[in-house]
Design a protein around this ligand. Structure first.
Ligand code: CO
Length: 134
């Protein structure tokens, strides 16, 4: 069911500072900022030869990463995104197996304009999993 790692996401308190650090200190290519109000985050993607790193900053009230940054004010690894061919088939299989899908269970449009879902971290060894249909 799982395909490639699409990206690894890191929550950061200051996206401009994190962008500068990845670009200027680590020498990586970093995309333009993208506000995703439906997800409560602003993101950039660090573009690597084999995958991407998504840097996330809270956007607006009630951002889903606000509580994460309260616990880890310096930032930290937030989720890993795996690619799937058919997100609805993947969801149905996971739910049938007892896994919990966050939100109402319906895919939302992610940062790449493709449908995404998030799976409860308690069902996957403390790691929040994002699935993206590619
Ligand atoms: Co993501």
């Amino acid at each position: 069911m799982l395909g490639r790692v699409n990206h690894i996401a890191i929550a950061v308190p200051d996206l401009a500072a994190a962008t500068a650090s990845y670009r200027d200190v680590l020498g990586a290519r970093v995309s333009a900022r993208q506000a995703l109000p439906e997800h409560g985050v602003t993101v950039v993607f660090v573009e690597l030869p084999n995958t991407k790193v998504e840097l996330l900053e809270p956007l607006g009230e009630g951002s889903p990463i606000a509580a994460f940054l309260e616990k880890s004010p310096a930032g930290g690894m937030h989720h890993i995104c795996y690619e799937v061919d058919d997100i609805l088939a993947a969801r149905d299989r996971l739910v049938a197996g007892g896994a919990r899908v966050l939100g109402d269970g319906a895919p939302k449009t992610g940062a790449h304009g493709k449908p995404v879902l998030f799976l409860h971290p308690k069902d996957f060894f403390g790691t929040l999993i994002e699935l993206e249909q590619v």
